[in-house]
Ligand binder design. Structure first.
Ligand SMILES: NC(=O)c1ccc[n+]([C@@H]2O[C@H](COP(=O)([O-])OP(=O)(O)OC[C@H]3O[C@@H](n4cnc5c(N)ncnc54)[C@H](O)[C@@H]3O)[C@@H](O)[C@H]2O)c1
Length: 249
């Protein structure tokens, strides 16, 4: 088991890549705290993990709330004694028909960028006390390049995640806290996607992927697993695209 006795918090764990990551981490022996806005989906997944012999609990979290982050960390410590891993994965889509919409810019910065910072801010003190940890921040290929159908706020927020990851990696490396970013490419559409869920747009997007297909949520979960585990003990501050070669072009 690759995460035996580790305690992991996964945000956005009720859906998509977060759910796949929570399932995989539990299979690999971690005690997993699933954090999300979606209470019933999160509770159902906790039951599923428990039925499969894993250890998990759900806690409602809005990643934009400092107070809810603090409560999540203190409740996790009360339940499981420590936090070894944070997968900062929650996010909302930036595909928007009005790409100059101001509210979308604010929403993107608040949830996709500040939410990731608040997660790091909440877990780092306890990781410092316990002797280390691993943080994986979910960015995107959109953190590297602009895209026609994506609000520039999404690109900017995912770019912020990429650089905040490097800053934290450098700042906390001496305390054995590793911080890396994962950059999924064209994946199954997010719950909040409208444009990228459209079959025509999707077909166009997939044509731009060297591998010729969209990614699977489990393929991102596997990258999260490697970076969360001690197998990557000398790896910090890197970007891991999981994108079928998109960024290699
Ligand atoms: N699907 C893609 O094509 C794609 C590609 C690259 C990167 N990503 C990124 O991967 C991550 C996961 O995306 P997904 O495809 O699994 O999407 P998803 O919509 O299936 O899941 C996102 C989860 O985040 C949760 N969430 C949203 N806002 C939240 C908040 N304020 N507080 C707590 N939870 C919140 C949602 O409830 C949902 O469960 C996101 O950060 C996304 O930007 C997605």
């Amino acid at each position: 088991m690759r995460l035996k006795d580790k305690v992991a918090i996964v945000t956005g764990a009720a859906s998509g890549m977060g759910a796949a990551t929570a399932r995989l981490f539990a299979q690999e022996g971690a005690k997993v705290v699933l954090a999300d806005l979606l209470v019933s989906e999160g509770a159902t997944l906790v039951e599923e993990i428990g039925a499969a012999g894993g250890e998990a609990r759900f806690q409602k979290l809005d990643v934009t709330s400092e107070a809810e982050w603090d409560a999540l960390v203190s409740d996790t410590i009360a339940a499981y004694g420590k936090v070894d891993i944070l997968i900062n994965n929650a996010g909302v889509s930036g595909s928007h028909p009005d790409i100059l919409n101001t509210n979308t810019w604010d929403e993107q910065m608040n949830i996709n960028a500040k939410g990731v910072f608040l997660g790091m801010r909440a877990v780092i003190p306890t990781m410092q006390k316990s002797g280390g940890g691993s943080i994986v921040n979910t960015s995107s290929i959109s953190g590297f390049v602009g895209q026609k159908f994506v609000h520039m706020g999404y690109n900017a927020a995912k770019g912020a995640v990429r650089l905040a990851t490097k800053a934290a990696a450098v700042q906390f490396a001496r305390e054995n806290i590793r911080v890396n970013s994962v950059h999924p490419g064209i994946m199954p559409a997010m719950r909040t996607s409208k444009m990228t869920a459209d079959p025509e747009v999707r077909a166009k997007m997939i044509r731009a992927v060297p591998a010729g297909r969209e990614g699977k949520v489990e393929e991102v979960a596997n990258a999260n697993l490697f970076l969360a585990s001690d197998e990557s003990s000398y790896i910090t501050g890197i970007e891991v695209p999981v994108d079928g070669g998109f960024l290699a072009q």
